[in-house]
Design a protein around this ligand. Structure first.
Ligand code: OSB
Ligand code: MG
Length: 368
């Protein structure tokens, strides 16, 4: 397609409850939506960068700047762009994967809408619904955590992930295991530990966790490999996995036995599929991570999670776990699962009422 106009729309969605992790507390999701328009097609993508650069170096205002000033000029001057060519066209710009992913997704959505093919079908989905997991933030007390988890299990979630950090790990996780029996349970540290904490993390081994996600800093693959030799619980990487090549390297080093795939973190859904393929080839299970997406990003994540290698439930929850009002029609749990959209492209669009209510700013960019 030839891009005629690109709209960068910042939306702000209050969270139904604060979400606390080792890197900070979120009370709202400020998201960047990208709409691309061609002569007779349009498509949507969501940039998953957060408001501040605390999960990774990208952040929403920076992503908007890089899209406007460094990514779009390359696409405008390329003439006819297809999603498959975008990574190559944008390769001169270092990193900024979340920004690149949002643009590539919007173009891919426009192409698929024009040809009437769903993203799930395009990527190779083999399921029409995916198991929903829920990521539970750090709370003020163990009783508060137990109440929160009880609510999610009542709602039907099929797997629970607890955020941990030094000072909030063995005791709360043990309390959840004790109270809720054989629920599928895992933990996520967002880089908050060091190798010196290996014996502490090994105390989680008795709690039958599916995995420990990203215990050490993202650049410490040797540390994760050493830790993996000292704990029985499988190590899963999130922040460290920035590409299919990074995944292959980490797996070969013994730094992880499971991979969390987040399309934004690896530069888009096409690279995410390659990460999946590399992991499947190595016998490494994958699951789809989340970044508190609106319905736009969620729709695409559900499609990805329907690929065959996604054998563990993802951080893909219903809209009401995050927001009172989503930008799309809400994703709703059905027996602990979310249906894969079947319409063309990502299969959903923002509703104009929600956009009117939630938009903070709109920037429209046309080729010079
Ligand atoms: O590390 O997986 C993470 C949210 C924001 C940034 C990083 C992470 C998360 C989550 C929430 O764990 C996943 C979700 O429900 O979207
Ligand atoms: Mg994580």
């Amino acid at each position: 397609m030839k891009l005629v106009e690109v709209e960068l729309r910042r939306v702000r969605l209050p969270l139904v409850a604060p979400f606390r992790t080792s890197f900070g507390t979120q009370t709202a999701r400020e998201a960047l939506l990208v709409r691309v328009a061609g002569a007779d097609s349009e498509g949507w993508g969501e940039c998953v960068a957060m408001e501040e650069p605390l999960y990774s170096s990208e952040y929403v205002v920076g992503a908007q700047h890089v899209i406007r000033h460094h990514l779009l000029p390359r696409l405008f001057s390329a003439g006819d762009v297809s999603a498959a060519r975008i990574a190559g066209l944008l390769a001169p710009v270092k990193e900024h994967r979340m920004a690149k992913a949002a643009v590539e997704t919007a173009v891919l959505d426009a192409e698929l809408r024009a040809s009437g093919v769903s993203l799930g079908t395009h990527l190779g989905a083999v399921r029409d619904a995916v198991d929903a997991g829920v990521s539970v933030g750090i709370t003020d007390s163990i009783p508060a955590l137990l109440d929160t988890v009880a609510g999610y299990l009542d709602a039907g979630y099929r797997r629970v992930k607890l955020k941990i950090e030094p000072g909030w790990d063995v005791a709360p996780v043990a309390a959840v295991r004790e109270r809720f029996g054989d629920v599928l349970l895992q933990v996520d540290a967002n880089c908050a530990y060091s190798l010196a904490d290996a014996s502490r993390l090994a105390r989680l081994d008795d709690l039958d966790l599916l995995l420990i996600e990203q215990p050490l800093p993202e650049d410490d693959l040797p540390g994760h490999a050493a830790l993996a030799r000292r704990v029985r619980t499988p190590i899963c990487l999130d922040e460290s996995i920035t590409s299919a090549r990074a995944a292959a390297f980490a797996i070969n080093l013994g730094a992880c036995a499971i991979v969390n795939i987040k399309p934004g973190r690896v530069g888009g859904y096409l690279e995410a599929r390659r990460v999946h393929d590399v992991c499947v080839a190595h016998g490494v299970p994958v699951w789809c991570g989340g970044m508190l997406e609106t319905g736009i990003g969620r729709a695409a994540n559900v499609a990805l999670a329907a690929l065959p290698g996604f054998t563990l439930p993802g951080d893909i929850s219903a809209s009401d776990r995050y927001f009172r009002t989503d930008v799309t029609l809400p994703f709703v749990l059905q027996e602990g699962r979310l249906g894969v959209p079947t319409g063309p492209g990502i299969g959903v669009s923002p509703t104009s009422e929600a956009l009117d209510e939630l938009t903070v700013s709109t920037e429209r960019i046309t080729p010079a």
